[in-house]
Design a protein around this ligand. Sequence first.
Ligand SMILES: Nc1nc2c(ncn2[C@@H]2O[C@H](COP(=O)(O)OP(=O)(O)OP(=O)(O)O)[C@@H](O)[C@H]2O)c(=O)[nH]1
Ligand SMILES: [Mg+2]
Length: 327
Amino acid sequence: MKKKRNVKEMVEKLLAGDRRTAARLITLVENEMEEQHEVMKEIYPHTGQAMILGITGAGGAGKSTLTDHLIKNFREQGKTVGVAVVDPSSPFSGGAFLGDRIRLQKHFLDDGVYIRSMASRGHLGGLSRATYDVIRIMEAMGMDVVIVETLGAGQDEIDIIHIANTCLLVATPGMGDDIQAMKAGIMEIADIIVLNKADLDGADKSLRHLQGALSIVCPEEGKWMPKIVPTVSVASKPVDLKGIDELVAAISEHQEYLQESRAIDQVKFERTEQELGLIFKDELQKLIFKGLRGTGKKRKYINSIIEGRDDPYSVVEEVLEKYLVTK
Ligand SMILES: Nc1nc2c(ncn2[C@@H]2O[C@H](COP(=O)(O)OP(=O)(O)OP(=O)(O)O)[C@@H](O)[C@H]2O)c(=O)[nH]1
Ligand SMILES: [Mg+2]
């Protein structure tokens, strides 16, 4: 009973925009503490209104630098901004977290900006259910825009489209062969391809490559055609920065497209489907292991697999049939 009251109180504080409560709740969902369900149930009705922007791309491509510019731009438009940086401590990112902190530090005093990095990813790679929860928490605390930065590696990159309304892929010059690989799948997931570091050698060639690769993407009539926006997001003089306003304009254009074409309904459907699937996966596993606890069966199953008398697929089928199949 006491816990329930605490949850209600915490959620009320969150809804009032209390940052310390937001931090506590995020830690709570990241650690899958027992109040997680209660918290998310209370929060859920207060979510769903934010613009969720995904930023993915290789380590060091400039995702955080661009995020910094976007925060500034959205703030100028009077919008509040939440940022979730997923897996900043990844060995691929070369310890960028410290860099992120320094870069984003100036926003820490702004009440309209809330930045949180998350070390957690899903058990099987890909974005975890906690990522969805954190976005919801940021929405509930009143953020108009939630930016999710993920390293473009493996499943995260694909998952991001299930989370974001608008998905940016950050590329850099000299990606030559990678662009070939991008033709296959990645081009289709990005709504906007940012060619960052357009000040570097080879930028023109990369731009032509990207345009060439994009020319084979033929969306159905009325569907969004991905846009390429070259940017220079770091420069010694502000006048040398390039493409940021164009990027902001491309994001707005995509948002308008989503609303006008009602494609936003499909985005929301897919996001909810993915979220539901992740929760089912986690909860089913917990439920089954809980059911086996104390029976010695889990150990038996594991040993039978190790000793070659059984395999994991047969075990899962057997357990599911025994415990879950209802007539
Ligand atoms: N020359 C040049 N350098 C840039 C540009 N944008 C970012 N950088 C530099 O590239 C480096 C990486 O930038 P980040 O914004 O940390 O990149 P990131 O994609 O967030 O990196 P991870 O989080 O580590 O994956 C930094 O040293 C930036 O100063 C650009 O437009 N031109
Ligand atoms: Mg970064």
